[in-house]
Design a protein around this ligand. Structure first.
Ligand code: ADP
Ligand code: MG
Length: 381
């Protein structure tokens, strides 16, 4: 982090002279609560110790001048709708400016240099880190911080929708903006209420294993999952499966397809698992947390059917080695597993998982250790 900061400051000085202010925001993990957002349920994310960091200074011009260290590209754009830059990385920053303006906020011209260490496209939401970093910074620099934090998250989400072609939910930006060291957040995707829970294990580490596979999806499996959930909710006479119980589901089992039954079963059980994990964390009981992670994996794999061979393999390796908890993180069909691993098993787990996976699939998974850390912030000198 210190070397990233030094590099940014060096490049900023070369390009723009006198120093600006430094800001950062984080990528995120989701410990549990998968495919729950569109069912009005809970997610349980936290910000991580991988960030996008930017040095920013108003330039008194009508335009933004920004350099990306990692992509090694410069972009320059005005602040009107028709000024959208071509570079996809710059569109995130342009989108943040525009979404702030659309809400009546102020954005003036500025110079910026930024870099990051959130792996791109690995499921840790580097894009939300980028959006939140700039949204937080422009709120501080031009708006006296009068835009509230939830609105900052929505500004990031709208940027994805309107300028980057990604129709995402609110979790990633929420986690990046609200993240707090040593805490996870339970976000209620229906009411948007949230609560912090302590996550500060002394004896365990969080390890992501990125399979680096992404299976091509035919027949929109995500839409099909949603449709199953909506059909069952409708049959039960409720808005979303958030309000369903297993008893209610059992009572209509004969009237719905087996597939819809298992999809709904997963969603109902997953809601309860998030609540169980909250209780376990309040009690400092990480063994129960791990058990629930395995249950989520089994549900995603067998009932919701969004896993794949490689992720099931990684889950099996973790289980065989006695890893405390392991599951698919994200929508499924590839990407990462998230693992809760005892300190003394950590190195062996990584070594063996990489070896075995490589033996079977012919390439090594990527490993990311993560620590639950602060989200969007100003970096004081
Ligand atoms: P993720 O799952 O990591 O959010 P996305 O495809 O949504 O993946 O976002 C990745 C995009 O965000 C990159 O293609 C790039 O445009 C932008 N981005 C992320 N990190 C950086 C970075 N360090 N430097 C420049 N652009 C970045
Ligand atoms: Mg993204």
């Amino acid at each position: 982090m210190e070397s990233m900061k030094a590099e940014i400051q060096k490049v900023f000085k070369e390009r723009f002279g006198e120093a600006g202010a430094l800001y950062a925001s984080a990528g995120r993990i989701n410990l549990i609560g998968e495919h729950t957002d569109y069912n009005g349920g809970f997610v349980f994310p936290g910000a991580i110790d991988k960030v996008i960091m930017a040095e920013i200074k108003p330039n008194g011009l009508e335009k933004v001048r920004v350099f990306s260290i990692d992509i090694d590209e410069y972009a320059e754009f005005g602040l009107k709708e028709e000024d959208a830059p071509k570079q996809s990385w710059a569109r995130y920053i342009f989108g943040i400016c525009r979404e702030i303006q659309k809400r009546g906020g102020e954005v003036k011209g500025f110079d910026a240099v930024f870099a990051g260490n959130v792996p791109l496209g690995a499921g840790l939401s580097s894009s939300a880190a980028l959006e939140s970093c700039f949204a937080f910074a422009l709120n501080d620099l031009f708006n006296n911080n009068k835009i509230d934090k939830f609105e900052l998250a929505k500004i990031g989400q709208s940027t994805e929708h309107n300028y980057c072609g990604v129709n995402c939910g609110i979790m990633d930006q929420f986690a990046s903006v609200f993240g707090r060291k040593g805490n996870l957040m339970r976000l209620d995707c229906r009411s948007m209420e949230y609560e912090y829970f302590p996550f500060n294990p002394q004896d365990y580490k969080l390890v992501l294993v990125d399979s680096r596979v992404k299976h091509e999806l035919k027949d929109s499996p995500y839409n099909k999952r949603r449709e199953s959930c909506e059909r069952v909710a409708k049959r039960l006479g409720i808005d979303t499966l958030r309000d369903a119980t297993m008893e209610q589901l059992e009572a209509i089992k004969g009237d719905i397809t087996a597939e819809d039954y298992f999809r709904a079963k997963f969603v109902i059980e997953e809601k309860q698992r998030v609540l169980d994990v909250c209780d376990a964390l309040n009690a400092g009981d990480y063994e129960t947390v791990g058990k629930k992670m395995y249950e989520t994996h089994a549900g995603l794999s067998k009932d919701y059917e969004v896993s794949c061979e490689e992720l099931d393999f990684l889950n099996d390796v973790a289980k065989t080695l006695g890893v405390t908890g392991s599951r698919i993180m994200g929508g499924g069909f590839g990407g990462c597993t998230i693992n809760l691993v005892k300190n003394d098993l950590h190195d062996d787990f990584i070594k063996i998982a990489v070896e075995k996976f490589n033996e079977k699939y012919g390439h090594e998974p990527k490993i990311y250790d993560v620590v639950i850390s602060d989200g969007a912030r100003k970096i004081e000198e």
